[in-house]
Design a protein around this ligand. Structure first.
Ligand code: 13P
Length: 341
């Protein structure tokens, strides 16, 4: 039986659960492994992801879905069990990153256009067959004094909308991710500048989604928070929450069931504190949760350190972050809970 897109989308953001973004491309996971001096091979990537997906408490209680890279969608654990089956057995939903990366955009120096539309309908059919029920596509928007340009924002928004329509036609929920970079270059922009750019980008993205006839009730938005650049961070937790809520309320229709933030280079605890502040004290028309990569994995990767004997330690770290972010998705995280752990 084919499950309705609307129902899958609700399951992805309900009850304080959120998404684990484990869809690092082969070149990105290599960079993460370099930080622990681990060589990236198909086996080491499998062992790392197996550690995460077999953290049963985290997966059952806090993680509604996992965004996978294509290799991982078709990969098996050391004992031969497909990863998709492990994820589903924990009551979580397998998803897949389907873009093939942000490439330099012709005639737009310093900006990128995300590729991957050609042949996407056929790939989506294959991913559905393999068990994927949602997908992700990331458009990247650079922020500086002069950037982004309207041309780059329009091109990326158009690609996101075409991707989203193709996903829905294949019975796959699209995660629409327009990321206004916090950690790009020079990374010295103010929170006000981020608010202005993010608001403009989201307006254009929703225009394009409308023109592409995307069903808003069957998608999830994955935006950046409104935050100052990584090299100029000074906005308080309350400011980040207030500005983020203001921009989202001005641009995201209430037909969208859920918003799941990316962490974008925030520290693990910042990402949690911001999400909790957004979920306390505001009346929001959507479920608001996490879809974190680095902010869910950094401490687990360090604790694991590429060693079999550290699997349990890595899983404890991952479970802790997943629990903290789940509390934040309900607006109930407190700093003392970090210390207590
Ligand atoms: P971060 O949370 O590390 O930004 O990753 C989320 C993601 O999926 C980026 O595309």
């Amino acid at each position: 039986m084919i499950e309705r897109l609307e129902d899958i989308a609700v399951r992805m953001v309900n009850e304080g659960r959120g998404l684990l973004a484990a869809d690092e491309s082969t070149s990105t996971i290599k960079k993460r492994f370099d930080t622990i001096d681990l060589v990236s091979t198909e086996t080491s990537r499998r062992d790392y992801r197996e550690m995460l997906f077999r953290a049963d408490e985290a997966m059952r209680k806090y993680i509604s879905g996992v965004i996978l890279y294509e290799e991982t969608l078709f990969q098996k654990a050391a004992d031969g069990t497909p990863f998709v089956d492990i994820i589903k057995a924990a009551g979580s939903i397998p998803g897949i990153k389907v873009d093939i990366g942000a490439k330099p955009m012709a005639y737009y120096p310093g900006e990128t256009i995300t590729e991957g539309l050609d042949g996407l309908a056929d790939r989506l059919a294959k991913y559905y067959e393999a068990g994927a029920r949602f997908a992700k596509w990331r458009g990247v928007i650079a922020i500086s004094g002069a950037l982004p340009t309207l041309g780059s924002v329009r091109a990326n928004a158009h690609a996101l909308a075409r991707y989203a329509a193709l996903c829905q036609q294949a019975n796959i929920v699209p995660i629409v991710e327009p990321e206004c970079l916090m950690d790009g270059k020079p990374g010295d922009h103010t929170i006000e500048r981020c608010a202005e750019v993010t608001e403009n980008v989201l307006r254009i993205v929703f225009d394009e989604l409308y023109d592409a006839r995307v069903n808003l009730e069957g998608m999830i938005l994955k935006p950046n928070m409104v935050i100052d650049g990584k090299n100029a961070r000074k906005a308080s937790v309350e400011q980040v929450a207030a500005q983020t809520v203001k921009v989202l309320k001005a641009t995201v229709p209430s037909a969208v069931p859920g918003i799941a933030f990316l962490s974008g280079g925030q520290s693990t605890e910042e990402a949690t504190a911001h999400l909790s502040a957004i979920n306390s004290g505001y009346d929001l028309p959507w479920k608001v949760t996490f879809s974190y990569g680095r902010a869910l994995q950094d401490s687990a990767l360090k604790a694991w350190n590429g060693k079999q004997e550290n699997v349990a330690a890595g899983q404890r770290e991952f479970t802790h972050r997943a629990e903290m972010n789940s509390l934040a998705a309900k607006g109930r995280w407190k700093k003392d809970l970090e210390k207590a752990a």
